[in-house]
Design a protein around this ligand. Structure first.
Ligand SMILES: *[C@@H]1O[C@H](CO)[C@@H](O)[C@H](O)[C@H]1NC(C)=O
Ligand SMILES: *[C@@H]1O[C@H](CO)[C@@H](O)[C@H](O)[C@H]1NC(C)=O
Ligand SMILES: *[C@@H]1O[C@H](CO)[C@@H](O)[C@H](O)[C@H]1NC(C)=O
Ligand SMILES: *[C@@H]1O[C@H](CO)[C@@H](O)[C@H](O)[C@H]1NC(C)=O
Ligand SMILES: *[C@@H]1O[C@H](CO)[C@@H](O)[C@H](O)[C@H]1NC(C)=O
Ligand SMILES: *[C@@H]1O[C@H](CO)[C@@H](O)[C@H](O)[C@H]1NC(C)=O
Ligand SMILES: CC(=O)N[C@H]1CO[C@H](CO)[C@@H](O)[C@@H]1O
Length: 289
């Protein structure tokens, strides 16, 4: 009888996993979602007539990880001059330099803050509620920036792949920004600005964020769960013990440390009948059924 239940479960788990991987592997040619920042944070025309173009597309990074690709094109002020620190590590405090930023808001006021600089520095923060940093050093493996001094004004372009598993669940709104020049001419620009009479710039002001159709395509695989419960015997009859077994699958995207896998979580009544085998748990146990 116990063996029957095992046979019943094995194909079920197999098909569930098969479905998960299939849905993830579908890759379409990318569509671009383009935006241009032209206003200051409080809805004024930029004194420099600065235009910052952002283009988003859902693409896999060079290592095959699902990502949001961000392409930036912006005037290069070289004011303030960028930092000289190494560019392969997050630069906490990059907002004090020349930067272009994008913030993505999801469930429970969780949001991802992305800052990219012409000097190839970056910083990515994850926040849980208004200005509540919970991650400040998220690594970005694929970001390149280029400066072109041959144009007037000079421009910089940048291309970053933001891993899908960095985003909050249910990304519904976003905003984008640019900061350049030095005090007293420091400029704070916003894609979705606030009203003119607002006293101070605050890029974390979440009510200014707006929705966009592409945001629903940013799916963090860690947010996807598949739940099933088993409450019948192998032949479809109700369990004589009223037993109900809950099985959840969490699709894990590959990380730096781990290949892609399915996390399976089980919640079941514990009968202790028969008693557990008297053997170590470090090795597979043939005959567990
Ligand atoms: C959107 O941006 C992409 C990448 O920068 C560019 O190739 C494309 O021409 C832009 N599309 C439109 C309609 O401007
Ligand atoms: C940049 O380099 C300076 C000088 O070495 C150091 O004091 C500073 O902490 C570095 N900043 C960051 C954000 O790593
Ligand atoms: C900030 O985030 C932490 C960690 O997620 C959470 O426990 C805390 O309640 C948050 N604080 C506020 C003020 O939202
Ligand atoms: C562009 O000009 C700035 C100074 O204005 C200089 O620091 C930088 O190296 C130049 N970059 C290139 C690619 O020529
Ligand atoms: C910004 O200005 C435009 C008109 O130029 C207006 O339609 C819009 O409502 C303003 N936005 C805010 C947030 O005040
Ligand atoms: C991930 O997969 C690669 C290629 O199959 C393998 O070489 C590597 O050992 C795996 N890493 C882990 C942590 O399982
Ligand atoms: C409101 C909403 O869209 N909720 C969704 C959030 O994300 C989870 C996991 O992807 C979905 O199951 C919810 O429907």
């Amino acid at each position: 009888m116990i063996k029957m239940q095992v046979f019943h479960l094995v194909p079920f788990i197999f098909f569930a996993c098969f479905g998960l991987f299939n849905s993830v592997d579908a890759q379409q040619s990318p569509e671009f979602y383009n935006y241009t920042i032209t206003k200051t944070w409080n809805n004024q025309t930029s004194p420099e007539n600065a235009m910052i173009s952002l283009s988003f597309s859902l693409e896999r990074d060079p290592e095959g990880h699902r990502s949001l690709k961000i392409h930036v094109q912006a005037p290069f002020f070289n004011d303030p001059v960028g930092p000289t620190n190494a560019t392969d590590e997050p630069f906490y405090g990059l907002w004090d330099f020349e930067v272009v930023e994008a913030f993505f808001l999801g469930d429970n006021d969780e949001y991802l803050e992305i800052e990219l600089a012409p000097s190839s520095h970056y910083v990515l923060l994850y926040l849980n509620g208004y200005r509540n940093d919970t991650e400040m050093y998220l690594p970005l493996r694929h970001f390149t920036a280029k400066i072109d001094n041959s144009t007037t004004p000079p421009i910089w372009t940048g291309e970053a792949f933001i891993p899908a598993n960095y985003f909050p669940c249910n990304v519904t709104k976003f905003n984008a920004y640019a900061i350049h020049k030095s005090d007293p001419n420091r400029r704070y620009m916003s894609l979705f600005p606030v009203a003119e009479e607002t006293p101070n710039p605050d890029f974390h002001y979440l009510p200014a964020f707006e929705s966009a159709p592409f945001l629903s395509q940013i799916v963090n695989p860690l947010c996807q769960t598949y739940q099933h419960n088993v409450k019948t015997t192998w032949d479809g009859k109700p369990s004589p013990d009223m037993a109900e077994i809950f099985i959840s699958f969490f699709l894990q995207e590959e990380t730096l440390e781990q290949n892609r896998s399915v996390l399976m979580e089980i919640n079941a009544p514990f009968f202790e009948d028969p008693a557990a085998p008297d053997a170590g748990t470090q090795e597979p146990f043939p005959g567990l059924w």
